[in-house]
Design a protein around this ligand. Structure first.
Ligand code: BGC
Length: 737
């Protein structure tokens, strides 16, 4: 039996392949003696699937959905826990590990794809300790471990968990040792998923036939804890949804094939408290069926989980709608940062879509210290990289393609953004070779500099009849992104002191820029397609020849004015809209667009009751009800990329173009839109930065706190020239012109 390199224990699994019909949890157990009082002890554990370890009746650690979701075709994660305190000295100890399908052997994605990495979950664990004399002792997974079935009778990420509390764990066989899979095991990088919040229902409504609907007031990701007294054998069913139909029933059509249903069968022993371990749902509403009497707020609690990343910033201003928008962004970030950046947490998808991750990355880093999550995710991007060098469009890779413009390019954009925002160079070093391979692959396939692309384009743009049929030409988008990532990679190369590569990449950028201008920019500054997204990409990525830049800016403004100051952009254009307008001196138009209360725009969902970012501007409207169910998530952070504009332009907390990790801050708020004050904070690598401004008529009062070892450029409307300052508190009063 081959062993996992670096491990003494054996991989173990089911006694035999056919021994399990229902896909419930597998329960493993090992009894062992501990002589003397242990001075130290640790549990190192890895799985294909999810594990929960229980030592002497106590859960090891406080983590959930462990070890997370790696690209199981190449890797799994291990986790190490200090368990010295949990061992019983001089007597028998019991280590139990429950193993679930998780992301390893559940079918993922829509039924037409139905992908899974492996048939049955597998476990590898080592418990080691030293006794009081310093003698090492060890217990590892092997064929001596007992294995059985128990109360978790089915366990599925999309469909939910079934738990029969009448069942005790029945250890009926011993484990089978398995050939070591061809996987690398690496210690997990991202802090694990933990319970971060608990929410009581805001309202409970009777829905007839022993059914109730609980409203938690916010669209979250996690599960619920149930507290119940009922007769033995009483089945209780919990169904989850993000919205309600007009008749008050649960709206679940947008979950597609995900059943999102948990069920619990009561043991009848007093007050029973239960929560699932093997699943999570995206929900605001829960329908409970089968309770013997009306629930109270204590009956059901929302347990909100996400990766345990520290907060990094806050944004607040005088406009309650913008504040609600910021709350929606943060809520969607948390709901989708469950071990990796996903598109949505509710339907039969929940995948690490790279396009969504790259457009949201900067905003995410303003909100949370999320660098470890992106570093871990980049490991999955590298694991999914195709032989020819193309990065995948989804990581961990399961389905679909590689190399799509704006999606696979996240393999360069995400490390660059993390480096700029946090100063983390590790992510550059780890990914440099892979990034070079991706760029070389594009260069080889597109020697003219014009990059062919047929995939997602400006996904879900306002005029697109089908999500992928947006009017901005896909090769234009592809070429713009090609220029963008080569330019970013040139900067990365020089940061890593790879001068040759940097020089060659800069030459390549020039060639792509030239090709772009020739193919897509007319001599009068029009960009082919005449769409907002076309102008935005060309301007944001510096692809418009200087002579016609003013004209291109005017065309961009015209395309916004033609829509009565509304956006028409999709996933790739939307994040650029306000930052580009602000950077060309037209923050006034950015304000107009961002404050639009009518469709399409950020405040339209907010006014329609959103508590998270929606996938579509009109995912639900008073007039037309729900949007197309094929693609209608109510927890999709993509359009939340507006967050960077709130922090950097409304709040005014940003860094200069040459700054890394906020070592040189640029404090340049652009008051407007009737907003009278804003307060922004951000935890930079040097400490907390704060900007607070308030406007009274033409007067602007600004208070800035720059962290130690930083410098700042203060640039407020009305100042004759920017002011250079050092760390510390600066208070200024200016008259706006
Ligand atoms: C996802 C998107 C994703 C897209 C790819 C969708 O199903 O939900 O957010 O980026 O597919 O085009």
């Amino acid at each position: 039996m081959t062993k996992q390199p670096g491990w003494r224990a054996h991989w173990i699994g089911l006694p035999s392949r056919s021994s399990r019909d229902a896909r419930g949890a597998l329960y493993f157990r090992k009894r062992f003696m501990v002589r003397g009082a242990p001075a130290s002890g640790k549990l190192r554990i890895a799985a294909c699937g999810l594990f929960e370890a229980i030592l002497n009746g106590r859960k090891v650690g406080q983590d959930h959905l462990t070890p997370g979701w790696p690209d199981y075709r190449r890797r799994t994660y291990s986790m190490t826990y200090d368990i010295a305190e949990m061992l019983f000295a001089g007597q028998e100890n019991v280590l139990g590990v429950t193993l679930y399908e998780g992301w390893y052997s559940t079918y993922l994605s829509e039924p037409k794809f139905h992908i899974r990495y492996g048939d049955d979950p597998m476990l590898l664990a080592e418990l080691s300790w030293t006794d009081h004399r310093g003698k090492p002792a060890f217990v590892g997974t092997d064929s001596q471990w007992e294995v059985g079935d128990g109360p978790i009778t089915s366990a599925s990420l999309y469909h939910g968990e079934s738990y029969d509390s009448r069942l005790a764990v029945d250890y009926h066989s011993t484990a089978r040792t398995l050939q070591s899979p061809k996987l690398e095991i690496s210690e997990k990088i991202c802090p694990p998923v933990r319970v971060r919040e608990e929410i009581q229902p805001k309202a409970i409504t009777a829905a007839g036939n022993s059914r109730w609907i609980c409203d938690f007031g916010e669209n979250v990701a996690g599960w619920v804890r149930l507290q119940v007294r009922a007769k033995r054998g009483t089945p209780i069913t919990l169904r989850f949804g993000e919205m309600l139909e007009s008749d008050g029933s649960l709206y679940t059509a947008n979950l597609r094939s995900a059943r999102a249903t948990d069920s619990y069968i009561c043991s009848g022993k007093g007050t029973e408290v239960w929560e699932p371990k093997t699943t999570f749902h995206g929900f605001r509403y829960v329908e409970v069926t089968g309770l013997p009497e009306s629930p109270t707020p204590a009956t059901i609690t929302a347990v909100v989980v996400y990766s345990d990343l520290p907060e990094a910033g806050t944004f607040e201003c005088s406009d309650p709608l913008l504040n609600q928008l910021q709350r929606c962004i943060v809520r969607s970030q948390k709901g989708n940062f469950i071990d990796l950046p996903t598109d949505c947490p509710q339907r039969d998808e929940r995948l690490g879509w790279a396009g969504d991750a790259q457009i949201f990355c900067k905003t995410a880093l303003y909100n949370q210290q999320a660098a470890p999550l992106f570093r871990q995710w980049m490991q999955a991007m590298r694991d999914g990289q195709r032989k020819d060098g193309a990065f995948p469009d989804i990581a961990p890779h399961i389905i679909l393609d590689h190399g799509s413009a704006g999606w696979s390019d996240a393999g360069v954009i995400v490390p660059w953004t993390v480096w700029r925002m946090t100063g983390n160079r590790e992510i550059l070093e780890e990914n440099f070779a892979a990034m070079m391979r991706h760029v070389r692959w594009i260069a080889k396939a597109n020697p003219s500099g014009i990059r062919a692309d047929r995939m997602f384009g400006d996904w879900l743009a306002v005029d697109a009849k089908y999500p992928q049929h947006a009017p901005t030409p896909k090769d234009l988008i592809g070429t713009a992104y090609y220029a963008r990532i080569v330019q970013q990679l040139a900067q990365i190369a020089s940061a890593l002191d790879r001068r040759d590569e940097a020089r060659r990449l800069l030459i390549l950028v020039k060639e792509i820029r030239r090709a772009f201008a020739k193919e897509y920019v007319t001599t009068t500054g029009r960009v082919v397609g005449d769409t907002q997204t076309g102008y935005l990409l060309a301007l944001a990525f510096d692809l418009v020849p200087r002579a016609v830049r003013p004209a291109a800016i005017s065309h961009l403004i015209r395309t916004i004015e033609e829509r009565d100051w509304h956006l028409s952009t999709g996933f790739l254009g939307t994040p650029l809209l306000c930052p580009v307008l602000a950077s060309v001196g037209r923050a006034d138009i950015a304000w107009k667009v961002v404050l639009q209360k009518t469709y399409p725009g950020w405040l339209y969902p907010v006014l329609n009751g959103a508590t998270t970012m929606w996938e579509r501007w009109d995912s639900w409207t008073k007039e037309r009800g729900f949007g197309d169910v094929g693609m209608n998530s109510f927890n999709h952070y993509a359009y939340g990329a507006i967050g960077e504009f709130l922090y950097a332009t409304v709040g005014g907390l940003d860094q200069t173009d040459d700054s890394i990790g906020f070592s040189r801050l640029r404090i340049a708020p652009k008051p407007g839109g009737g907003v009278t004050w804003a307060r922004t904070t951000h935890q930079t690598p040097h400490g907390q930065a704060e900007v607070e401004w308030s406007a009274k008529g033409k007067r602007l009062d600004v208070k800035v706190n720059l962290p130690p070892r930083t410098t700042g450029v203060l640039d407020f409307p009305g100042m004759r020239r920017p002011l250079r300052v050092r760390s510390g508190i600066h208070e200024l009063r200016v008259r706006q012109t």
